[in-house]
Design a protein around this ligand. Structure first.
Ligand SMILES: Cc1cc2nc3c(=O)[nH]c(=O)nc-3n(C[C@H](O)[C@H](O)[C@H](O)COP(=O)(O)O)c2cc1C
Length: 201
């Protein structure tokens, strides 16, 4: 059986989704996949939060991640997209990247792959579910196979998000990832790899 190719493609302004993407990528590798960790170009929109000291420090130590390209999506058998919640939707930067995939979409190169998503929001009911559902609108147009985590493991009753994985950054936008968040990210990544393997066989 050939190795599953997993692309983890994310946008992050202040480092939260970046940290989430790294957990997902690591879990994908542990599950046996070849992984590409890629970030969508960080462009300030003017409305973004200032990074706290800890977030700026994280950005400095985090190895520079390669920029995402259309080829990363075409290459992959499975893709995990990560985005901060923005007004209950994905960030414009990730949307711009998705919109740039028109030529690949037109050739059917985005279809028949496994997709899922993860997000972070500042508040508990601030739109994580609507963000993931908004992301999945695009995946339907790709002809992608959305592999939602559902409640397929007892740990999903702890993080409580059957649509993907998510984290609440809190009033100061700097709440670190907790065990439940990390477990959910690991579960999400290993599940998309396992389902991709089953599809390939
Ligand atoms: C323009 C803008 C819109 C936002 N909209 C929401 C929102 O709808 N709900 C929410 O809880 N947080 C919202 N936030 C907070 C972000 O979701 C939070 O800062 C983000 O998850 C941090 O991710 P990052 O560190 O990877 O950039 C918004 C932030 C900005 C800058």
């Amino acid at each position: 059986m050939s190795t599953v190719k997993l692309a983890v493609i994310y946008y992050s302004a202040t480092g939260t989704v970046d940290a989430m993407a790294r957990h997902a990528a690591e879990a994908g590798e542990k599950a046996g996949a070849e992984v590409r960790l890629r970030q969508v170009a960080r462009q300030a929109t003017g409305g973004e939060r200032e990074a706290t000291e800890a977030q700026a420090a994280h950005a400095e130590v985090a190895p520079a991640t390669e920029a995402a390209s259309a080829d990363d999506v075409v290459w992959a058998d499975a893709v995990l997209f990560g985005s901060p919640t923005r007004y209950g939707n994905i960030a414009g930067q990730l949307k711009t990247f998705l919109d740039s995939l028109g030529p690949q979409w037109g050739q059917g190169l985005l279809a028949d792959k496994v997709y899922a998503g993860f997000t972070a929001s500042q508040t508990l009911h601030g739109g994580q579910e609507s963000t993931l559902l908004a992301l999945y609108n695009t995946i339907h147009h790709f002809g992608g196979i959305i592999v939602a985590p559902g409640y397929t493991d007892p740990l999903k009753f702890v993080d409580g998000n059957p649509y993907g994985a998510s984290h609440v950054t809190g009033a100061n936008n700097d709440e670190p990832l907790g065990d439940a968040d990390i477990d959910a990210l690991r579960h999400l990544a290993s599940r998309v790899v396992t389902v991709s393997e089953r599809l390939a066989s």
